[in-house]
Design a protein around this ligand. Sequence first.
Ligand code: GAR
Length: 221
Amino acid sequence: MAKRDVAVLISGSGSNLQALIDAVAADPDHPARIRLVISNRPGVKGLDRAAAAGIEAIVIEHKHFHDRAGFDAALDAALRARGIELVCLAGFMRILTAPFVEAWTGRMLNIHPSLLPAFKGAHAIDDALAAGVRVTGVTVHYVVPEMDAGPIVIQAAVPVQPTDDAASLARRIHTAEHRIYPAALRWAAAGHVSLGDDGRTRYSGPAVAVNAVLISPPAIG
Ligand code: GAR
């Protein structure tokens, strides 16, 4: 089967990009090929990761555009010029316009550092700490015009320790992200997951076992 051409959109470090690159590189039969990386910020580490992997990496700076529509049109043109079929947002910290999102409906995934619908927005890790939850997590979802509200593809629960600060929780969150995003990309590229006309995520392929419950903290004293 032909590989699906994928673009990854980033704004920063790109550790999720790296996890996707590594997963694709590890499997010669992987259903995806990462063809393009776009950053809206110059000089970020994710661009170096793309270059090191031999992937075309371009910068489209949002600040060079008068409005969101102009920026999104440039993104769209770059994606279409390369025949991109699937877009992965990986730490891409720009709100996308509804026309752009609708043009890519069912073909654009995002990763978010919480168990959505809890803690939407740009400060999910800090917000989870402030709320005092003992379990948070990570979510990959289809992108819809409403921010962080799209149909969920995969989630992982992450315990919050009473001693956690933002840095320690972020490390645990990232470990979980680096497991679930490659899984979601593989399923989406293989057609094992898709967005139905009813706006719900559809799964096909082999059934998977259900994990045991997560209890956090597991014990005290
Ligand atoms: C990730 O934790 C991702 O979930 C988050 O940004 C980080 C990017 O890390 N995204 C959001 O908060 C989107 N609202 P990375 O650049 O190392 O992949």
